[in-house]
Ligand binder design. Structure first.
Ligand SMILES: *Cc1c(COP(=O)(O)O)cnc(C)c1O
Length: 464
């Protein structure tokens, strides 16, 4: 049976697609668009908050899943914090108006300057390794640390279905690998010497990680916190950052598993985790946004080749990178709509859905039974609200598409611009337009001549 959540999601999406076509947001002039269900995003936040009930918890959104400032602003407005993992994401989160104390910085490659900036602003930092810990020691000695500081651990509980998404394998690049010889002792020692370390962090995995595996990783993290506090004879660890990683169902419109399922699993595996003795931080990304986004794309041509029917659309590897390169791991549902953006109900035919990129593998779906597509029709890629709009791949210099948020009422749909489409002018500028003559000039300079200061690259400018 279809749930009310799934029915609303589908009805709102269909209304938005038809209205996007009617209003020219999707059509011959704009053949590719991203759409975000604003009520759906808010409902996802409500479901997350409700699942944890009265447990004290700061829910942060993993910015990389949808690093668009108005989306971050919507989440801040709904009471969330934000998890950032690069200087760019930090700037986006600050632009969205998150207070520094609602931010968490989690990159595995933080530079000294990034650490200095985060610590001075009171942004929570999760340290990835002992070398980074030494850098933080030096900054703490300068009295720079104002916010919570934690250590990321890898409980090494194993992999989920997608290797590249599994952060808690024996050899993962993230965190301190707890089952390696001497690691637990070294972490205990690190806390013993540093009264300002007060947090443990684990993000056990993302898409493809079964809930019991995540729960097992968090059980190990909880037990380590208890062990450290017991050895130290004081409750030095006050916060546990339990990461994100709730998998998303890409097969239909249902939320499955739900945040409530995840919390029930945690309650069964580590009941003490939720009893309020630790302040929790979460970092969900995909599970908050994926099912609230749709890519709409025009069918430009259709053809047959070697008995295959192929619809050539404008959505390919540039917006659906993982789906195109790892189709087994990241399959997407596809919807067939007519030139007015209304669902097609004609008999199904087996078809491939291709993108615009100039390589043969640029396919978003292979061998799908769908109403026969024709030029001018619209193809929708469902469940693309997380990662698809923030992980653009600039292949063939294809521009980033516009993204609009929508709210569907009983007889109208309201849109708001989240991101303008990248212009061709911007594409050219971002490809070194300002340095058009640089290489020709370099070739015409004889090697014995000293280049003038003007021609020399300016590292400060490069960092801007
Ligand atoms: C990517 C990431 C997340 C979010 O993962 P989702 O699977 O999108 O929920 C959370 N924490 C860290 C450290 C991450 O790298």
């Amino acid at each position: 049976m279809t749930s009310a959540v799934a029915r609303r999601r589908r009805a709102a999406r269909e209304a938005a697609l038809a209205q996007a076509v009617a209003q020219g947001l999707l059509g011959p002039e704009q053949p590719l668009v991203g759409l975000l269900d604003v009520d759906g995003i808010r409902a996802s936040v409500d479901a997350l908050t409700a699942a944890f009930g009265d447990t004290p918890v700061l829910h942060t959104f993993a910015a990389k899943a949808c690093a668009l400032v108005p989306v971050l602003r919507l989440l801040a407005d709904a009471g969330m914090g934000c998890e950032v993992a690069s200087p760019g994401e930090l700037e986006q989160a600050l632009a969205a108006g998150f207070a520094p104390e609602r931010l968490v910085l989690d990159s595995p490659a933080k530079t000294v300057e990034e650490l200095r900036r985060a610590l001075a602003h009171g942004i929570a930092v999760n340290i990835d390794n002992f070398q980074e810990l030494a850098r933080v020691d030096a900054l703490v000695a300068e009295h720079l640390a104002a916010g919570p500081i934690g250590i990321r651990v890898n409980p090494q509980v194993g992999a989920g279905a997608i290797g590249a998404m599994s952060t808690a394998t024996a050899t993962s690049k993230f965190g301190i690998a707890l089952r390696d010889p001497g690691a637990v002792e070294a972490v205990v020692e690190a806390f013993a010497r540093r009264p300002w370390l007060n947090r443990l962090h684990a993000h056990v995995g993302s898409q493809g990680c079964p809930l019991p595996l995540i729960a097992a990783g968090l059980r190990a993290t909880y037990e380590l916190a208890e062990h450290i506090n017991t050895v130290l004879g004081r409750r030095q660890i006050t916060d546990l950052d339990i990461g994100g990683g709730l998998p998303v169902n890409f097969a239909d419109d249902e939320d499955d598993p739900t945040f409530a399922d995840h919390v029930a699993q945690l309650r069964a595996a580590v009941p003490e985790l939720l009893d309020g003795s630790y302040r929790l931080v979460t970092e969900f990304g995909r599970s908050l946004l994926a099912k609230n986004g749709t890519i709409g794309s025009l069918v430009e041509y259709t053809k047959t080749a070697g008995g295959r029917r192929i619809a050539i659309t404008h959505a390919g590897a540039q917006v659906a990178t993982r789906t195109v390169f790892m189709p087994q791991a990241w399959p997407l549902r596809v919807g067939a709509f007519d030139a007015h953006g209304r669902p097609k109900h004609t008999p199904h035919e087996i078809q491939d859905i291709a993108g615009p990129c100039c390589f043969a593998g640029d396919l978003t779906a292979v061998g799908r039974a769908l109403p026969l597509l024709e030029p001018g029709d619209v193809v929708a890629l469902y469940d693309t609200g997380a990662y698809y709009f923030s992980s653009h791949f600039a292949y063939n210099s294809l521009p980033r598409p516009a993204v609009y948020g929508y709210r569907a009422g009983p007889d109208t749909v309201h849109f708001a611009t989240v991101r303008d489409a990248q212009t061709l002018r911007e594409v050219v500028r971002e490809s070194g337009d300002a340095h058009t003559h640089a290489l020709v000039d370099l070739v015409s300079t004889s090697p014995s001549e000293n280049p003038s200061d003007e021609d020399r690259p300016d590292p400060e400018e490069a960092a801007q």
